[in-house]
Every structure is written in structure tokens, then in C-alpha cells.
Write a protein that binds this ligand. Structure first.
Ligand SMILES: Cc1cc2nc3c(=O)[nH]c(=O)nc-3n(C[C@H](O)[C@H](O)[C@H](O)COP(=O)(O)O)c2cc1C
Length: 210
């Protein structure tokens, strides 16, 4: 296979979709999550996000990137209003519905009503979770940073509770995501199902004896 090179001026000259597909896929697989929220009026919302990343484990923090708020962003609005939201891993049998949550519905329409995704409530908390999601996090808004270069917002949140299907847990507290058929996102519309190849012990520098 020949290796193609594309430089920045060429990327900048591309059509929107052409550039979006290339740039969104070239950084690798991304996590696939549904953020579910509730507004002050009690309206639920659920949307797919591929930018949720681990920020640290002590304290347990996550972050995600929110597109510029030049158009209404219901997830963001609800998070700012209520302060709490849920992050739900997408499993293979949910991908079509999960993808559809990115459609631009008006605020009064819940994506839960427009898909086969169902809200479920855990532990008396009014924040909806996604039924059937194998790993779910209850998160609390902590802070945000404007990314001045493109108007996106980096939202920072703490993990307040972790819910997972029992079969995913290994004896050392590691969650084996492929047991829950958790998917990853390739670009903006490709969904892949990763499979564990190997786990390794903590890597230490090699000594001359090795
Ligand atoms: C695969 C995929 C990943 C997405 N990831 C993000 C993301 O990380 N950040 C974001 O702001 N929007 C993302 N979106 C777009 C949102 O899903 C979309 O704007 C949705 O309508 C937001 O809904 P809301 O206005 O109800 O919050 C993604 C869309 C798709 C299809």
C-alpha cells in the first residue's frame, strides 16, 4: 500500500464533508457515549458524544468537548441548569438509535421518544440513564474552559457514581468492555466493535539483565 501525504493547505481547501471525514477519522478510534440529561422543566434529552475522555482518577474526572454554542445545545443547557448528567456507553445493538440522537430535534422533543432508547432511573436520582447501556456514569459539572482557537468548550465533570454490568468486572477492578459489546467511533459516523487482544502488567524499564 502506498503512503499518501496531505498537507494543511490542501486540507483547508477541501469541501466541508471531505475535510470533516478526514480530520475526524485521522486521530483514531474514539469513545462512544450517550450523554443523558434533564431540563429544569423535567424534559429529558439524550445525544451521542465521541469526545468523552478520562482526565484523572484521583479525583475521578472526565471531560468532553462541546461544539460552539452558536446554535442551541440542549445537553449543555441541561447540564448547566441541573448540574448532573449521565454518560452511557453504547453497545453494539444500540448503534443505529445512538447515532440518530445526533439529529437536530427541537428542545421540546426528547430523543428518547424518537428512538428505541429508553430512559431508566437509578438510586432515586432524576437524571436519566440509558437502559441496556453496560457501563454508566453519574457525573457532576465542575468547570469549563473555552477553547479560544475554535469556540468549543471543554467541559470538566466529576464521576459521582459508576454503574456496570457485573460480568464486565475482573478481579482487579478492571472493566472488560468487550464483554458488554461496547463500541468505538471511527470518524463521525463509523461504529466499530473492539475486541480485547491482551492485557499486560505494569511496564517497567528493561535492565541490562533482560
Ligand atoms: C458520532 C458522533 C459524535 C459526536 N460527538 C460530539 C461531541 O463530542 N461534542 C459535541 O458537541 N457534539 C457531538 N456530536 C453532535 C451531537 O450529537 C449533536 O449536536 C446533538 O444534536 C446534540 O444534541 P443536543 O443539542 O440535544 O445536546 C456528535 C455526533 C455524532 C454523530
Amino acid at each position: 500500500m502506498s503512503l499518501i501525504r496531505i498537507d494543511r493547505p490542501e486540507i483547508e481547501k477541501m469541501g466541508r464533508i471531505e475535510r470533516l471525514n478526514l480530520v475526524n477519522s485521522c486521530t483514531g478510534y474514539k469513545s462512544a457515549n450517550l450523554i443523558a440529561t434533564i431540563s429544569n422543566e423535567g424534559k429529558t434529552n439524550v445525544a451521542v458524544f465521541s469526545s468523552i475522555t478520562h482526565l484523572g482518577s484521583d479525583p475521578a474526572l472526565i471531560g468532553f468537548i462541546l461544539r460552539p454554542t452558536t446554535v442551541p445545545r440542549h445537553t449543555y443547557k441541561n447540564i448547566k441548569e441541573y448540574g448532573y448528567f449521565s454518560v452511557n456507553h453504547i453497545s453494539a445493538d444500540q448503534i443505529a438509535d445512538a447515532h440518530h440522537t445526533s439529529a437536530n430535534y427541537p428542545e421540546e422533543i426528547s430523543e428518547f421518544d424518537m428512538t428505541n432508547l429508553d430512559p431508566v432511573y437509578h438510586g432515586g436520582c432524576p437524571v436519566p440513564f440509558v437502559k441496556g447501556s453496560p457501563v454508566k456514569l453519574l457525573c457532576k459539572y465542575v468547570n469549563e474552559y473555552l477553547i479560544e482557537e475554535n469556540g468549543c468548550i471543554h467541559v470538566i465533570a466529576s464521576i459521582e457514581a459508576i454503574f456496570y454490568e457485573e460480568e464486565l468486572l475482573s478481579p482487579d477492578n478492571w472493566l472488560q468492555l468487550d464483554k458488554g459489546k461496547v463500541v468505538a467511533i471511527n470518524g463521525l459516523d463509523g461504529y466499530a466493535q473492539p475486541q480485547l487482544l491482551e492485557r499486560f502488567t505494569y511496564a517497567r524499564p528493561k535492565s541490562a539483565m533482560d
